[in-house]
Design a protein around this ligand. Structure first.
Ligand code: SF4
Length: 140
């Protein structure tokens, strides 16, 4: 079983994923990762610095941001919150446990204050869902 390489902030983005994305291909790739983690929560996730398996499908014709310092700062803030480090490998179910123990839904507003997706409320709702003991829901 292959490890899924994810950067820090994408650990939270996946909780709120409802099928939206920067392009059809980006959303399809994110749905692939989401569904694997949902269906196989013991899947190993490795924390990487910078662009990851989701960034790999960021559209070439969009304003690039995956290597921006502000995005790396967001990764660092999320990893600090989850008490995780670059290079750490753990099952996705253990990521969920850390979210349950370390993150409040309202934290999205401060951690992710620069993110264009934050106002949809889906990430906050995703944190709330896993904190209530539920697993990731099926995609709409
Ligand atoms: S608000 Fe943006 S950065 Fe934060 S979890 Fe959601 S999609 Fe990811």
């Amino acid at each position: 079983m292959t490890t899924i390489q994810l950067r820090g902030h994408h650990l939270l983005c996946l909780l709120g994923f409802r099928g939206m994305g920067y392009s059809e291909a980006y959303a399809a790739n994110m749905a692939r990762v989401y569904n694997r983690l949902r269906e196989e929560p013991d899947t190993a996730v490795t924390i990487v610095a910078g662009p990851d398996e989701l960034c790999a499908c960021f559209p070439a014709n969009a304003e690039p941001h995956c290597e921006n310092a502000s995005v790396s700062q967001l990764d660092e803030s999320v990893l600090a919150k989850l008490e995780l480090d670059i290079g750490h490998s753990l099952p996705w179910s253990a990521v969920i446990e850390r979210v349950r123990g370390n993150v409040e839904p309202e934290d999205i507003n401060t951690l992710c204050h620069t993110c264009q997706w934050r106002s949809y409320g889906v990430c906050e709702a995703g944190v709330r869902t896993v904190k209530s003991g539920q697993q990731l829901p099926p995609l709409p």
